[in-house]
Ligand binder design. Structure first.
Ligand code: WQD
Length: 336
């Protein structure tokens, strides 16, 4: 079976390629390398001993996108490609709407033309907005609080309309919580461009000496230690969740959303202390004021994915810290 992975050179995409290749799937990666490096694909081939067919293509380039469907028999698509910085999306919303939404529409239109109607979409817990109640289930109210989150929300609605117009589609909307960690080989991992926005890459860059100290955004939240609580999930568990979702979409039609989280909430300082404990590396930090838009607590109720996808997160916070550190310490400058 042959799977097209858009954004397959990225953090979650590359980890998903490893899982699929190890299971014997043919993998075709389409990536414009705007926020990733082709080296990650070489590393995935190294880990698995398998070849990847790679196309350096932008989803907005319909002519070359069609060529991929003409040249390959594609059974399903896992769609990761998209801009993903919350902060940047506030500054350049039109770029985010055009890139993420128009790109997805062109992809789905070409899929329909070539009768490929099995799709897994990389959504995000950000579609839940400022949650009132935790843990969060899939029927919690949806409301994005930034243009990036709105692209995810709008695309989910577009895909529902697409399914309602053609019931042959089979679509899984995977809502990720906070993916961290790396493959146990230390060969692939998170490689943010510039200063990391997210917590774990910031921690590992402080530990490896690239950054001076961590700024903890607020310790006056209504949580056990005052710092933000999140559902950190190992990126390999997340990748395995995509394989389980693929199994489902291949034998059914319909559209369903699934939370991919552990169901456990840990605070910023829980993560810092766990990282220091398992790696022996100090992470100096200072408490600064809250980051606008942050919520106090966000963690998943993963029972729907557990039951319907037969998927369970297996790796704990110590695994996530150890694996993230192995990647960062082996690759202080990422894939450069
Ligand atoms: C986690 C916690 C911060 C950095 C974001 C996106 C979401 C998804 C995952 C794409 C919060 C604190 C962070 C730092 C800190 N991405 N923090 N110092 O905001 O939960 O989710 O990434 O889908 O859409 O919103 O993740 O890692 O940025 O923050 O104190 O330097 O760490 O306040 O409590 P977040 P994060």
């Amino acid at each position: 079976m042959s799977i097209l992975i858009t954004g397959g050179a990225g953090y979650i995409g590359s980890h998903t390629c490893v899982e699929l290749l190890n299971l014997g799937y043919e993998v075709i990666v389409l990536d414009n390398l705007s926020n990733s490096k082709e080296e990650s694909i070489r590393r995935v081939e190294n880990i698995t001993g398998k070849k990847i067919k790679f196309y350096k293509i932008d989803l907005l380039d319909r002519e070359n996108l069609e060529k991929v469907f003409m040249e390959n028999k594609i059974d399903a698509v896992i769609h990761f490609a998209g801009f993903k910085s919350v902060g940047e999306s506030v500054k350049v919303p039109l770029r985010y709407y055009h890139n993420n939404i128009t790109g997805t529409i062109i992809l789905c239109d070409v899929m329909q033309k070539y009768c490929v109607k099995k799709l897994i979409f990389s959504s995000s817990a950000t579609v839940y907005g400022n949650v009132e109640k935790v843990p969060i289930s899939e029927d919690s109210p949806l409301s994005a609080t930034n243009p990036y989150g709105r692209t995810k929300l709008f695309i989910e609605e577009i895909l529902r309309d697409l399914y309602n117009s053609d019931k042959e589609w089979s679509i899984a909307l995977l809502r990720y919580f906070n993916p961290i960690g790396a493959h146990e080989s230390g060969l692939i991992g998170e490689d943010p461009s510039g200063v990391p926005n997210n917590l774990m890459p910031y921690i590992t860059q402080v530990a490896v000496g690239k950054l001076h100290e961590l700024k903890v955004f607020g310790n006056d939240y209504d949580t056990h230690d005052g710092t933000g609580v999140r559902d950190f999930i190992h990126v390999v568990d997340l990748a395995k969740g995509h394989v389980k979702a693929l199994n489902k979409v291949m034998v059914s039609t319909g559209i369903d959303a699934y939370n991919l989280g552990t169901g456990k909430g840990y605070s910023v300082l829980d993560l810092v202390h766990t990282f220091e404990k398992v790696t022996g590396k100090k992470v100096p930090y200072t408490i600064v004021k809250r980051r606008p838009g942050d919520v106090a607590k966000c963690f998943a109720d993963p029972t729907k994915a557990n039951k319907e996808l037969k998927w369970y997160a297996e790796r704990d916070l110590e695994d996530m810290c150890l694996d993230a550190w192995r990647w960062q310490s082996n690759n202080p400058n990422g894939y450069e």
